[in-house]
Design a protein around this ligand. Sequence first.
Ligand code: FWO
Ligand code: ZN
Length: 391
Amino acid sequence: MIKIIKNIKVYTPKYIGIKDVALIGDKIASIEDSIEITTKGLEVEMIDGQGKILTPGFIDGHVHILGGGGEGGYKTRTPEIMLSDIIRGGVTTVVGCLGTDGISRNMVSLLAKARGLEEEGVSTYIYTGSYRVPVTTITGEVMKDIIAIDKIIGVGEVAISDHRSSHPHVEDIKKLVSDARVAGILSGKAGVVNFHLGDSKNTIKILDEIIENTELPYSQFYPTHMNRNPYLFEEAKNYAKKGGYIDFTTSSVPLYWEEGEVKASRALKICLEEGVPDDRITFTSDGQGSLPMFNEKKECIGLNVGKVTTLYEEVRDAVLVDGVPFERAIKTITSNPAHILKLHNKGNIGIGKDADLVILDEKELKIQTVIAKGIIMLYEGEVKVFGTFEK
Ligand code: FWO
Ligand code: ZN
């Protein structure tokens, strides 16, 4: 019920020094230089934070929690996620989505899986839709889905500039972003459209066109995979400097890097060096999504599966390999996605915020302990709470 984390270096993600942090139930109750409590008649769990770092629990804003894939036929459908895949990655908040296959995988199943993971202890949200426009929904309408279903915070992942997309017209996208935005306003949600960017040279031109010709603000567009090739990455930097949000995918395979994908940790480093504001950049893992390889005839010649654990691995690389200050790198998976997705109780360490926390060892910056909604899910590297069917 009550936990006190003693003498720990706190990144809210802003560094605020060595503190004692008290958790009561599923909330952060107090952050002080020293917290003394008489435990008579109270069950208090003390956690030693000496030589350790405390960060907000990580937010992964793009995970195929139901599984995805299928681009190489039925045998290439990827497996649904298990709780331990999420916890081992330090992730305490997940946004689930459908991808290429929005037919055999559907919105009701996605919502059920999200509810299952919530029952198992992490916080979950979902996007309504899949790659295709018109968007597959639960209620039959995008706006009704966002307004009526608590876990639906926006639309995605809607594919553009990709041979697997439905090749939506600029008017279709304009209407979709408008509907999502107004539904978000009416329901106090982000109402963003999470756009999947493919490898076509058209890149994000269609989004620039809409933003130039309408009053739709940058805040409603949330493009991902912006590091997937050099020319899209160049556009990403300019787009972010103009006010846009850009999301880098952390799951990858060496072949992609050989073919020009900009490793997420490098993409962050380069953006910061070139003056992209650090609150406009996020990482997401594309966990359980397929990482397909296509030949020049666009035939699928192989496929890997994304992993949620790559999310923090790329933040750690950005710090240890690319020299990005920890305080800036950790924003990509905590306060930035929380701000963009309007998850007001997530992504920050503060009084009254959800008790979603990660404890890292100070030397290697490795995940040691994960606390979700006040419950210790991983302790000293060992999973303490398994998913229902995991043992
Ligand atoms: C990316 C998810 C891709 C699924 O382009 O979009 O395919 O439905 O599971 N994955 N299509 C992977 C690259 C960013 C590397 C998805 C996938
Ligand atoms: Zn995608």
